[in-house]
Design a protein around this ligand. Structure first.
Ligand code: MLT
Length: 260
């Protein structure tokens, strides 16, 4: 389905019925990365899986901020589950968006699952790297950026054919979106001071071989978020719902069922 939000239309898949679970994908991998997990939610949960602004069929915007995605998710929820808080599940950039949802709309958050993400703002070297990525995307296209990312995103043992398929999904993201999202990541706010204020049930997921957001980052978040739980997905790189989908669904569903 397609859902209008301020200044854009979002493509969105919905799975099941019940308490809303909103999934926010990473950069620049589309909502498809969540389909396996969303299709296997326990009874009583409704998976809402948008392609964030600029991805796949969702409207491309030449300029983005993390707060743009946050506002879009809240408007999406206003349409699909008006007045209801939701469980927010986000990976990497999607996790940063979930933290921003907590920053701006905590009353809408029933619980969070923060996967393979980090709370810190971009370092000065990181800002320079993001500008290089944005330039590369605009000058050479999406595939040029994605091909530099793949060895970092997936673990060395991830099956070649599946890796190639996901590489193509990522490379199909508009180069304008890759540039805009890279710059949005470079400007993200510092969420470290936010972590001790997170009072909703929060589950953290790390990937054993994640080269982008190594498990130590999630361990530190776990120490800072009161009452949070942490699991490490063995045999996975940066995207456990893609590399180890069954292990990911097991931990997600156990957390959801613990909320009852
Ligand atoms: C993501 O998966 O969202 C990206 O790897 C985030 C990043 O580039 O830091």
């Amino acid at each position: 389905m397609r859902i209008p939000v301020s200044g854009a239309t979002l493509a969105c898949e919905v799975f099941g019925s019940g308490e809303p679970v909103v999934f926010a994908h990473g950069f620049p991998i589309p909502g498809l990365m969540w389909h396996h997990a969303a299709a296997r939610l326990p009874p009583g949960f409704r998976g809402i899986v948008p392609d964030l602004r600029g991805h796949r069929e969702s409207t491309v915007s030449p300029s983005l901020d993390i707060s743009t995605f946050t506002g879009d998710l809240i408007e999406l929820l206003d349409t699909l589950a008006p007045g209801r808080p939701a469980i927010f599940v986000g990976l990497s950039m999607g996790g940063m968006i979930c933290m921003d949802v907590w920053r701006r709309h905590a009353s809408r958050v029933r619980a969070m699952v923060l996967c393979n993400t980090r709370p810190t703002p971009e370092s000065p070297e990181g800002v320079t790297r993001r500008h290089t990525v944005a330039r590369l995307a605009l000058e050479k296209g999406s595939a040029a950026v994605v091909d530099t990312m793949i060895p970092q995103v997936f673990s060395p043992t991830f099956e070649t054919a599946r890796k190639a398929w996901w590489r193509d999904q990522m490379a199909a993201t508009s180069n304008v979106t890759i540039a805009a999202a890279a710059l949005a990541l470079s400007r993200r706010e510092d969420s470290v001071p936010l972590l001790p204020t997170i009072t909703c049930p929060t589950h953290l997921v790390a990937g054993e071989h994640d080269a982008i957001t190594p498990p130590t980052i999630l361990e530190d978040m776990h120490r800072r978020i009161p009452g949070s739980t942490l699991v490490q997905i063995l045999g996975s790189g940066h995207v456990p719902p893609v590399e180890q989908p069954d292990l990911f669904s097991t931990t997600l569903n156990a957390f959801l069922q613990s909320l009852a």
